[in-house]
Design a protein around this ligand. Structure first.
Ligand SMILES: [Zn+2]
Length: 245
């Protein structure tokens, strides 16, 4: 089963049906919820997309438990470990609009699926523009060698406890080195499930097995929303991925 789980973005991008799906799809005024299951038939190769530019620097980071129920021992599925960054330390730009990185957090198992398959965890980097619009970068996390994600999750914050100082990290190291990505319009994956969220799904990043085990021990029942219907949405492919300065 481990090898099946590795069938993620890279595999979907090479599925044989991909070339037949470009063009032709129309948007429908139906609910646009997240997460989704990424399937080959929903992919649309209408390149080039407007480039997404990523400007991630280094930041002091602290990790806190986000409680939804106020109960210090019950793990809710909408709760998570959330990291805050220094204002202005990370931003992305799309079509001339700047979105600042406001926080990043984690889910287990992954919320997005690729050809029906989940990864053990998923990282969400949440950005907001001056008007309050959201852009979220999703990174599937698979078990492998150590990464900066392991540094962030070395000590988990307890519910109702104090935030855990992580120290200074290079935010760019939270992203995969290969930057091919998918984009679609969706929603928050927790209440109130607000739509109009721009999603960018990247290739997987490695984390150590011990990190996954530690996180899954805290969220024994998981903290991921189930995939939602696509309702005719298309998923746009950006083979070159976002641009970093
Ligand atoms: Zn999330």
């Amino acid at each position: 089963m481990i090898t099946r789980r590795l069938l993620t973005l890279a595999a979907v991008l090479t599925l044989p049906g991909l070339a037949l799906t470009s063009g032709g799809a129309t948007a429908q005024p139906l609910p646009r919820q997240s997460p989704i299951n990424v399937t080959a038939t929903a992919l649309r190769a209408d390149w080039p997309l407007t480039p997404l530019r990523i400007d991630y620097r280094s930041s002091e980071v602290s990790l806190a438990y986000v409680s939804r129920d106020g109960d210090c021992t019950t793990r809710g599925e909408e709760e998570t470990e959330q990291a805050t960054v220094e204002p202005g330390a990370g931003s992305v730009a799309l079509s001339g609009v700047r979105y600042d990185l406001v926080q990043f957090h984690f889910h287990t198992p992954s919320e997005h699926r690729f050809a029906g398959l989940a990864t053990p965890m998923e990282l969400h980097l949440v950005h907001r523009d001056a008007a309050g619009h959201l852009l979220v970068i999703g990174v599937p996390l698979t078990v492998g060698g150590p990464s900066t994600v392991d540094t962030v999750l070395r000590t988990l914050a307890s519910e109702c406890g104090q935030p855990v100082p992580v120290g200074r990290i290079a935010l760019n190291d939270l992203l995969p080195t290969q930057r091919a990505s998918l984009r679609y319009d969706g929603s928050l994956t927790t209440s109130p499930f607000t739509e109009g969220v721009r999603w960018v799904l990247m290739r997987e990043k490695h984390v150590e097995a011990a990190t996954v085990a530690r996180f899954q021990a805290l969220f024994a029942d998981g903290n991921a929303r189930q995939p939602q219907p696509l309702n005719g949405r298309t998923i746009h492919i950006e083979p070159a991925g976002p641009i970093s300065p």
